[in-house]
Design a protein. Sequence first.
Length: 277
Amino acid sequence: MAARFWVGGSGTWNASNTANWAATSGGAGGQSVPTSADTVTIDANSGSGTITVATDFSITSLTCGAMNMTLDFSVNNNNPTMSTFSGTGTGTRTLNMGGGIWTITGTGTVWNLATITNLTFNAQQSKILISNTSATACTFSTGNLTYYTLEYGRGGGGGQLIFSGTCTITNFIDLTSTAAHVISFTAAQTFSFHRFNVKGSAGALVTINRVGGSNPTLTKIGRGIVCYCDYITMGTVSCTPSNTWYIGANSSIGTSSGTIASNAPSSQSLLGIGGVG
């Protein structure tokens, strides 16, 4: 594993440009372009301007909370892959996520925007795919921001997904798991969704629950039915407005409030597939 640091200010992150890569913070450029075994840091010594991404890269981690730059994926809508992403910090920074798929493969806090001081965040039409099939939990530290699509691709793993902090998500998807697992939300926080598409299977239920004390609130925003759901068990959460939270005929309302354990009306349920534009 090697460490790579962006240096020299504005430039293009592609498969061949080595001028902007150093082995240490603020060091000399000319190091190899980072690969899947490398960590990447963009920090206060990286310079100013814009980093234009022009490759579908794979790295170990991306840390950019101290940068004073724009990191722009929107020109080419690239598809990055990494174990973890951290943009938490106070640098005067802009992140344009573009329209690609951000695949996150790690465990623990896999997405960290806990501190968003001086951050300009543009989710655009990106998808964040948390793709970890282990039994270890993943934490999505939201930064109280607005995201376009977040998908939890569990496969055969049973690890929990924990939402830390409030957020707004246009499309939340969890349809691919073959193992029972839990999605938990921070207590006393509000989480807003245009679409909430969660579906387990017989013997592999998805449990929706809370972390901590009082109920979190899951809120439907926008038009249409919020849910395309089935085979889920609701824990201690509050859902509003109650006439839009259809959780499926094979689901249980548990200790939740505002949910309806039946299928959404047939004319509405397919609104949840494919998201909104």
